[in-house]
Ligand binder design. Structure first.
Ligand code: PHE
Length: 429
């Protein structure tokens, strides 16, 4: 069991839900989910991403492109590639792996807590910095607040980076048992398990003193025991009789905090983060003297395992050969890959500057190549006698749907090089 650190280290690596966000635990054997950056609205390409739609509606809120993408505003870092995902709500499609998974989790709660959990899956992903961070006690200097990690619409507004952003308001509205499913946004590196938009489900359960008074436990111990029982049951509901283990971890909003790992395909896989809610959150939101548990799980990561989906980009595919393989209520139908097009690798080297980050690079690359980029990987790194540091990145291009021509890839790479030079002000070698 890991010990509970008081605060996450600056370069903390991800909770199960994905990234170097709240939990400092990092194990290389884990699948990690996705995200990244851009200041770089890739010229021609990005514009075509959402052909005509310049406004979408989510939960009754109209969101126009100009509300979210502000190229000349230094407090904004949302690229068109990200705007193009808002409102798609893959988790609300009953025939999509994410919708099927969401509904299966709903079934579990309906069966075990009949009528108790209120469900939300249409809350607007644009939230205030207060909702996303302050309300859940994320320290002011926490790495997850940086422009490198989070999409800011302006200094006060972000695209939520977790569904925990809705805990406080739902508590204040009087809800004591709730599930919140939604798209969440994080700047990140690029590989087959990382994408800057993914989906989470938050669970929250408040207990009043009379519920634990006869248990012989204090409120915290009672909530922790209930939490573990509930989530072990959920894991069995999804995966069958699996081996599982609890790992202690850190989140700013829960104490104690845990991750649940399941043994799957010869490895321990982190499937969710959870814990007993900090008293301060309950106190501030009308539930003094109560206790609560909360969890956050990443739907893509569970769905990749349950449906054998090998690349996170596939969730966004409209290709019939993908979408037609899934149907309502059928959890765990194994995906049959319809193509195994070979990847094409291109290397690029440059001298970095102080402002350089890998998330920024990845967003520029994604802005040009879109979902044709499969991975961006640092393969060489050295500092010369003058103190200049050079990075060499290998970019893997591969379409999930078709073969790419040499000409197309060479063009992409040429445009990527130009954009990287222009936007990141690095010196190509
Ligand atoms: N919000 C956390 C994350 O995104 C997950 C979590 C939710 C952990 C609720 C504890 C309680 O990583």
């Amino acid at each position: 069991m890991a010990t509970l650190p008081m605060a996450p280290p600056a370069a903390a690596i991800s909770s199960f839900t994905t990234r170097p966000l709240y939990s400092p635990s990092s194990r290389s054997h884990r699948l990690l989910l996705a995200r990244f950056f851009s200041a770089a609205p890739a010229p021609a390409r990005a514009k075509g991403l959402r052909a005509a739609a310049s406004a979408v509606e989510v939960g009754g809120v109209k969101i126009a492109r100009e509300d979210v993408v502000k190229e000349d505003d230094p407090t904004n870092n949302v690229p068109d590639t990200i705007f193009s995902k808002i409102g798609l709500q893959l988790h609300r499609r009953d025939n999509h792996p994410l919708g099927i998974l969401k509904n299966t989790i709903y079934d579990y709660f309906d069966k075990n807590f009949t009528g108790q959990f209120d469900k939300f899956d249409d809350l607007c992903p644009l939230v205030s910095v207060k909702q996303n961070f302050d309300d859940v006690l994320v320290p002011s200097d926490h790495v997850s607040r940086s422009y490198n990690d989070t999409y800011y619409v302006d200094g006060q507004t972000v695209l939520r980076c977790h569904t925990s952003a809705h805990q406080a308001e739902l508590l204040r509205d009087g809800h004591t048992h709730f599930l919140v499913t939604g798209d969440v946004y994080r700047r990140d590196s690029i590989d087959s398990t990382h994408y800057p938009v993914f989906h989470q489900m938050e669970g929250f359960h408040v207990f009043s003193p009379d519920e634990w008074s006869g248990s012989g436990m204090d409120g915290t111990a009672y909530a922790a025991a209930e939490l573990k029982k509930t989530l072990e049951g959920l894991a069995r509901h999804l995966f069958g009789a699996v081996e599982m283990r609890w790992v202690d971890t850190y989140f700013p909003f829960t104490n104690p905090s845990f991750e649940l790992e399941i043994y799957f395909q010869d490895d321990w896989l982190e499937v969710l983060g959870c814990g007993v809610t900090e008293q301060e959150i309950l106190k501030r939101n009308g539930r003094r003297d109560h206790v609560a548990w909360a969890f956050g799980l990443g739907l893509e990561r569970l769905a990749m395992v349950l449906f054998d989906i090998p690349d996170i980009r596939l969730f966004w595919s409209n290709d019939k050969r993908f979408t037609s393989q899934f149907s309502e209520g059928k959890l765990g139908v194994k995906f049959k890959p319809f193509s195994k097009f070979p990847p094409c690798y291109k290397d690029m080297s440059f001298w970095i500057n102080d402002a350089f980050t890998e998330n920024n690079l990845c967003e520029v690359v994604r802005g040009i190549a879109g979902d044709l980029v499969e991975e961006v990987k640092l393969i060489d790194n050295f500092t010369n006698k003058k103190g200049m540091t050079s990075h060499c990145y290998r970019i893997a291009y591969r379409s999930m749907e078709r073969s790419l021509t040499d000409e197309e890839i060479n063009n992409l790479q040429l445009n990527v090089r130009e954009a990287v030079k222009d936007k990141l002000k690095v010196e190509l070698r």
